[in-house]
Design a protein around this ligand. Structure first.
Ligand SMILES: [Zn+2]
Ligand SMILES: [Zn+2]
Length: 142
């Protein structure tokens, strides 16, 4: 067991990989639900309005958005800007174009691997199918 000070409230807590204590995590969940519900009812509200009405800080709301837990409606005012090109976005850290570009740059190998695995899986299915077919031919011949 490892005790640490919660980065939010400063209380000692049992560290399990998160920088904040359980109570603060639960507070975050509550805030998240509040913000989500408010945005649902007021899709055209600005981030400052939502913050004022829910009592959740702008910083925290931005954090929810960047974690892609929260997404704004198509017609709501954009609260975020792409960290790469500065275009207005409604969730995450990058716009669609930039995240595509970043994925292509970083994820080239992993995506290839994934495709290969998919092909392998299909091959296995095919082989199974073929062996069953052989079996049936066998039985029919006999
Ligand atoms: Zn705490
Ligand atoms: Zn961008």
């Amino acid at each position: 067991m490892q005790l640490r000070n919660c980065r939010r409230c400063g209380k000692l807590f049992n560290y399990v990989g998160k920088p904040i204590c359980n109570e603060c995590v639960q507070q975050d969940e509550k805030d998240f639900e509040l913000v989500k519900a408010y945005i649902y009812d007021h899709p055209k509200a600005t981030i400052t309005e939502v913050s004022k009405e829910t009592g959740v800080s702008v910083k925290k709301i931005t954090k929810f958005l960047k974690e892609e837990r929260l997404e704004l409606a198509e017609d709501s005012p954009a609260w975020l800007t792409c960290e790469s090109c500065g275009v207005e976005i409604r969730t995450g850290r990058f716009c669609k174009e930039c995240s595509m570009r970043l994925k292509n740059n970083i994820g080239q190998y992993s995506s290839l691997d994934k495709d290969k695995n998919k092909e392998d899986a299909i091959d296995i299915k095919r082989t199974n199918y073929n062996s069953k077919m052989h079996l049936r031919h066998h039985l029919e011949k006999d």
